[in-house]
Ligand binder design. Structure first.
Ligand code: SKM
Length: 277
């Protein structure tokens, strides 16, 4: 009997750690499966998905820049994917239709609350960025009932537009980076891709409360520029997004296999491998 086949589709895809993560989960949970990373040409996503599932593929993760297209082509959507307007998990159902889900937001919340032990409930939270990464995590963050959630973006209008869709879900507002000027936050989450090119949004220095924590959804062997900013501004605790990556994978794994792997050792192993490079 053939092993069920899974893959992550993206462009670029070389950086993806999903094959490694899912292989470690499978080993832990005693499952046999294949999981590979596939670079899909822009413009060829829908055809690649159809080909994968028609050929017997069982499930897909989807990363940049295809999450919205994945959302568009899904025949069924989970509530969280519908809210996110994006899907990172596609599953073939018995009848041949495709179900879309989004595990990024729950992945972030699990890393923050369960792994790091940081509070969201009752806290003042600042989210940097109003792009796809921010949209994907807004719903799950609001579910944790922060005292307030402010979304700031280089173009304020984009942040305002985004939060409008989530108004019914909690205390959420949007604006420009300058809006954060005279306020303090218990938790600042970077959902911009700014970290990737070495720049940090222009943030006021007095942004953090005494116990203020900073989380960067980006990860890497070196501290990201936002993490360095946080350390310079006396953040109480700082984390990159490796735990979120592993947690979103664990939730996809649960959707596909009905088992919840232990994420701690997997984060440790990836961290070790990353630092050894
Ligand atoms: O949402 C995840 C996606 O499921 C997989 C991934 C990766 O392999 O790098 C990153 C995130 O976009």
């Amino acid at each position: 009997i053939e092993k069920p086949r899974y893959a992550v589709f993206g462009n670029p895809i070389k950086q993806s750690k999903s094959p490694e993560i899912h292989a470690l989960f499978a080993e832990q949970c005693d499952r046999e499966l294949l999981y590979r990373a596939v670079r899909v040409d822009r413009g060829a996503f829908a055809a690649a998905v159809a080909q994968f599932f028609d050929g017997g593929g069982a499930g897909l993760n989807v990363t940049v820049p295809f999450k919205q297209e994945a959302f568009d082509l899904a025949d069924h959507l989970s509530e969280r994917a519908a809210k996110a307007g994006a899907a990172n998990t596609l599953t073939r159902r018995e009848d041949g239709t495709v179900a879309g889900d989004n595990t990024d937001g729950i992945g972030l919340v699990r890393d923050l609350v369960a792994n790091l032990g940081w509070m969201i409930q009752g806290q003042r939270v600042l989210l940097l960025g109003a792009g796809g990464a921010a949209r994907g995590v807004l719903g799950p963050l609001l579910r944790e009932r922060p005292q307030e959630l402010l979304v700031v973006n280089r173009t304020a209008q984009r942040a305002e537009q985004l939060v409008r869709e989530f108004r019914d879900q909690g205390q959420v507002s949007g604006g420009a980076y300058a809006l954060a000027n005279d306020r303090q936050f218990d938790l600042v989450i970077n959902a911009t891709s700014a970290g990737l090119d070495g720049t940090v949004p222009d943030l006021p220095g007095e942004l953090l409360t005494e116990r203020g924590c900073c989380y960067d959804m980006v990860y890497g062997a070196e501290p990201t520029p936002f993490m360095r900013w946080a350390a310079h501004h006396a953040a109480w605790a700082v984390s990159d997004g490796l735990g979120m990556l592993v947690e979103q994978a664990a939730e996809s794994f649960y959707i596909w296999h009905g088992a919840r792997p232990d994420t701690g050792p997997v984060v440790q192993q990836l961290r070790g491998a990353m630092n050894a490079l």
